[in-house]
Write a protein that binds this ligand. Structure first.
Ligand code: DQA
Length: 147
């Protein structure tokens, strides 16, 4: 099962960026956490970009490669990007939206997401474990669909 973990702007230095909000673990901790807590057999690809267009390029590439599922943290683009929402909508790859912080406990502008409506679900507030939970949910969903 091929899974893309896609990260938007300002997420490259997670672990170092405002650790009181985003936690102390970096994205590099993910492969071993997922192997331990979900399955060692998942084929994870991790990508990060600060640019909206490049994030769309990664999503199109996932479509070309017939990736099974996507875990996406689009960072601030979550709250602004119709372009990313449109792409997720047409490529029709099941996805889970994740956030490190609990966006609903923060400023009101973070409460709006363009990505949630077509997501399988949203996980927000568990630091790096939001991704682990996102992959777990996706794995569970895909295992049911594929069996
Ligand atoms: C974030 C929440 C967004 O509001 C913010 O712009 C981010 C990170 C999170 O993971 O908590 O960059 O997506």
């Amino acid at each position: 099962m091929d899974i893309l973990i896609l990260n938007g702007p300002n997420l490259k230095y997670i672990g170092q960026r405002e650790p009181h909000i985003y936690g102390e673990k970096g994205l590099d901790a993910l492969p071993s956490l997922v192997a331990q807590e979900v399955s060692p057999r998942l084929n994870l690809t991790l990508k990060q970009s600060n640019s909206e267009g490049e994030l769309i390029n990664y999503l199109e590439e996932a479509w070309e490669k017939k990736v099974s599922g996507i875990v996406i943290n689009a960072g601030a683009y979550t709250h602004t990007s119709i372009a990313i929402a449109d792409c997720l909508s047409w490529i029709k790859i099941p996805y889970v939206e994740v956030h490190l912080s609990n966006v609903y406990a923060r400023e009101e502008f973070r409460h709006k997401s363009y990505l949630s409506a077509k997501a399988l679900g949203v996980i927000s507030g568990f630091g790096i474990y939001s991704y682990v939970l996102g992959v777990k949910a996706l794995y569970h969903y895909l295992s049911q669909v594929e069996s």
